[in-house]
Design a protein around this ligand. Structure first.
Ligand code: 5GP
Ligand code: MG
Ligand code: MG
Length: 179
């Protein structure tokens, strides 16, 4: 698997250092708010897992699975709910945890849904942001790293369901896509 990586964009150390920082900020901003922290599966699972361990206030967790990509590297613009939340968001301060924002279509849909379900507040934390590719006007409230418009894998992010288990963020060798 490691020999399929062209280069490392963000090391495990860089990721963990940033997540520690984000955890402190969330702890301050949500002090006394008992936020419902929603992980968007599957990509955000490693980030969610590491982030909540750096948050020092009471939170609750929930999970949602949506799909806009299938196995391709290009957004279809279509959002499908594969797994919905267990908890009601009505009156709750909701923090959505995402792996990466690209077109923004996925999160735009989720934000709209949670607002219609009467969340008290809705904010977004994303590990990665590719702001050059937006199709809708959307900015994360908290962001780990802005990255160039390249397809990345690792730390939750997949290509055809693989590479999610890499501890860093990297770029694949071109030949991997041509198989
Ligand atoms: P958006 O709806 O913002 O275009 O896309 C969001 C989703 O597309 C992400 O949650 C992720 O699943 C997928 N995605 C976008 N860019 C990348 C990328 O560079 N690498 C990988 N592996 N997935 C991406
Ligand atoms: Mg995602
Ligand atoms: Mg994917």
């Amino acid at each position: 698997m490691l020999n399929e990586i062209e280069r490392v964009l963000l090391t495990e150390e860089q990721l963990q250092e940033k997540i520690l920082e984000l955890g402190h900020t969330i702890s301050e901003d949500y002090y006394d708010k008992n936020p419902l922290v929603i992980c968007v599966l599957k990509g955000a699972a490693p980030f969610m897992s590491d982030l909540i361990k750096r948050v020092s206030i009471h939170i609750e967790m929930d999970f949602m699975a949506v799909s806009s990509y299938g196995t391709s590297t290009v957004s279809s613009g279509e959002v499908r709910i594969i797994k919905d939340l267990d908890a009601s968001v009505e009156g709750r301060h909701v923090l959505i945890v995402e792996d990466i924002i690209d077109s923004g279509l996925t999160l735009n849909y989720l934000l709209d849904l949670l607002r219609r379900r009467k969340a008290e507040s809705t904010k977004i934390i994303t590990l990665l942001d590719k702001p050059h590719h937006r199709k809708v006007d959307l900015k994360p409230d908290y962001c780990g790293f802005e990255i160039p418009d390249e397809f990345v894998v690792g730390y939750g992010l997949d290509y055809a369901e693989r590479y999610r288990n890499l501890p860093f963020i990297g770029v694949l060798k071109p030949e991997v896509y041509n198989r």
